[in-house]
Structure formats: C-alpha cells, structure tokens
Design a protein around this ligand. Structure first.
Ligand code: LMR
Length: 394
C-alpha cells in the first residue's frame, strides 16, 4: 500500500513529457516585448496593411453590425454548424461542382484538418500520411495526434527556392495504396512555391494509379492569384478523382483569425456513411463549432453588396502582398525566386543562427526555419530588411 507521503509526491500527470513552446505563436509575445525601434514582424501569418495593422475587413464589420442588430437567438445549431455558411462557402471554393461533397463547419482550418484526420483514422487506423517538407509545423502533430503515421517526402530545394518535383515523385514511389497525400491547395506555407498546372495533373494521375487519398489544405484562397485561380488545382483534382478531403480556412481571406472559421468537405460516393461519422466525431470533439465568425461569413456571402466589397478588399490585400513580393524579388539576386511564388510566405535560405541574430541585432522577427510573412513588410522597410539579410545570403 502507498503511504500518504508517497501519494502526495506523485502526480497523476507525471506520465506527460515536457513540451517545447509553440515556435510560431511564441513570436507574437517576443515581438511585442522587444523595445528596439524599427523592429519588423514577419512572424505569424497574418495580413498586415502599410501601417502594420491587421484590420477587420469592411464587409466583416458591416456583417457583424447586422448580426448584432438582427440576431434573435443563440440556440444550438448542431454538430454540422451553420449549413447555409457551408453551402455558400462551397460556392466560393468549388464553383458549381460541389454536389458530391459532404461539408460541415469547423473551428478554423485546424479543426477541419483534425476532423479529417480523425475520420481517416476511424476508417483506416494507422494509415500513413505523406507530407512534403517543409510544411506548416502544425500539420504533422495534427495527423500524428489522430493516430496516423507520418511519412515525409521532398518537394522543395531551399537553396534554389524552387520546387524539386522529381524528388517528390521519387519519394512517393514508396507510398502504398490507402496512404494519404497532404497537399497545399495554393500559396504554400512556408515556401510560397505552388505546383504548376501540369504538375497538379501528374499528382492527380499519381493518386489515381497508386490509390492515394488527396487531403487538400486550402487556407489562403484569394491571396495568390485570385479566388478562382487559387482553387483551380483543387477543383481539377476533385474532377479527376473519386475521393478527396478538403480542409478550408477563412482565417486569412476573411481576416477572421481568432474567430476560428473553417470547413471540412469530403468527396466520396459513400456520402451518408461519411456524414454520419463526421458528425459523430465533431460531436465528441467540440460538439458544435463556434457560430459568430461563420454567421458573419454567411451574411457577407449572401448579401451582394457585402460580397462585392469583400472580394474587392481581398483583391487589394492580394495586390499589396504581390507588390511587396515583386519589390523583394528585385532587391537582391538571391531573392529573385520570390517573384515567381505566391501567397503570404517565402522561405529564406537562413539557418537558425542567422534567424536568431537578425532577431537579436535588428529586431527582425521570422519563423525559426527562415519563413517570412511578406505582408509584414512595407515598401519603406524593405531596404533595411534586405540590408540586414544580405550578409547571410551567400
Ligand atoms: C501561420 O502559419 O503563421 C499561421 O497559419 C498561423 C498558425 O496558426 O500557425
């Protein structure tokens, strides 16, 4: 029998391992606490305007005012969330061809990724998920914590900042039927390097011939080349393959970051079976998704004037990012490839020591792997940024 002393010394939680702090989210606090004048925040992926602000979008503000004025109840909706939101967002994501898709609202894109991962784990326990490296640092933990096996494949050459498609195909030769292939629909995070239309077609053929399930993470629609252009690769894949999973985030294209607005869609002929399991899983994880942000997106998308204003503001956000991208690409020969990439991010060929030195000595904040959020720059501070960077670009 344990003595009282022994019982008191032991914690129920001593089986837990110490966890490192989240490298990306930790940058928010570090930047805030840094007193250096002229500091530059290129850390977490949030759109910023010329003044460094992440504004609430105009149409979102207007929809929030409507919601405050007109909403009469906050009664429960159900595990699927706001289905009108899901339907309208499907129109944005898929155009008109969404009829073979089962969709539910999720707490952000992360919620969608997790729900999709749990669904796969339920159907194929321990299935392998192929993830191209580098990727968003939360991808592997989401799939791993759902009980899936992680396999990595090459796809990007950091030194030349270009896609190495041959390496990707070579690595994926090891993939087996029933494995999952994670793909960034557009605006790759962290590299900014997206596949060409031909490469997407080859990925589709690979999935078909080897029996791989594509799992598409679409978190930046509208911030690359436009709403339809950024969805084109995903739409092509859905047309070519019988089954696919899509995790969608409204964080960036509606600027709703902390409201946690996303959706999961599954394309499958077994739609009733899929829907029942998706709802059962959502019910046991979060029961119902938070409503506010999704209700706002629904209002924006169903009101023609708000929708047009949202699309116009998104166009302006994209133009700002792409303008900064071009200015950065022109500022140094080692940064030229950035001009061919899209979305918020670029991956600089910097080691951890350089990233650390830039933060300490220049107040330049970026992710530990050298990823920068281009929207954190301004045309005014690009020269100072590149001057700080230049000694590290061989
Ligand atoms: C990022 O990659 O910076 C964003 O997607 C924020 C996050 O959740 O990591």
């Amino acid at each position: 029998m344990l003595t009282r002393e022994l019982v008191e010394e032991r914690s129920f939680f001593d089986g837990l391992a110490v966890q490192p702090a989240d490298g990306l989210l930790g940058l928010i606090g570090m930047y805030r606490a840094d007193p250096q004048p002229g500091k530059i925040d290129l850390g977490v992926g949030m759109f910023r305007d010329d003044l460094g602000r992440t504004p609430v979008m105009r149409a979102v503000k207007a929809a929030e005012a409507m919601l405050l004025r007109d909403q009469e109840t906050k009664s429960y909706l159900g595990a699927e969330g706001d289905l009108r939101f899901v339907e309208l967002l499907a129109g944005v994501a898929f155009g008109t061809g969404a009829d073979r898709l089962v969709g539910v609202q999720t707490p952000g894109g992360t919620g969608a990724l997790r729900l999709g991962a749990e669904l796969i784990a339920r159907s194929r326990p321990g299935a392998a998920v192929w993830i191209g490296t580098p990727t968003w640092p939360n991808h592997a933990p989401i799939f791993r914590d759902s009980g899936l096996a992680i396999q990595t494949h090459r796809f990007f050459d950091v030194a030349s900042a270009e896609i190495d498609f041959e390496a990707m195909i070579e690595d994926l030769a090891q993939a087996r039927a029933g494995d999952v292939l994670l793909l960034h629909g557009c605006c790759h995070n962290p590299t900014g390097a997206d596949f060409t239309a031909e490469q997407w077609q080859e990925i589709g053929r690979l999935c078909e011939s080897r029996g791989l399930l594509p799992f598409i993470d679409l978190a930046y629609q509208g911030l690359g080349d436009g709403l339809a252009a950024d969805a084109a690769a995903m739409r092509g894949l859905l047309g070519a393959l019988p089954e696919a999973v899509i995790a969608y985030s409204c964080d960036k294209n509606f600027g709703l970051y902390r409201e946690r607005v996303g959706a999961l869609w599954v394309q499958s002929d077994a739609s009733d079976l899929v829907r029942g399991n998706v709802l059962a899983l959502a019910r046991s994880i979060w029961s119902m998704p938070p409503d506010h942000g999704a209700a706002v997106v629904r209002l924006v998308l169903e009101n023609a004037a708000l929708r047009a204003d949202w699309a116009a503001e998104l166009d302006a956000m994209r133009a700002r990012i792409n303008g900064l991208r071009m200015a950065l690409a022109a500022s140094h020969e080692r940064l030229a490839a950035i001009g061919n990439q899209r979305g918020m991010f670029a991956l600089l060929p910097l080691g951890p020591d350089a990233v650390e030195a830039l933060r300490r000595e220049r107040g330049i904040y970026m992710a530990g792997n050298g990823r920068i959020n281009i929207a954190g720059l301004t045309l005014d501070n690009i020269p100072a940024f590149v001057a700080g960077l230049a000694p590290y670009l061989s």
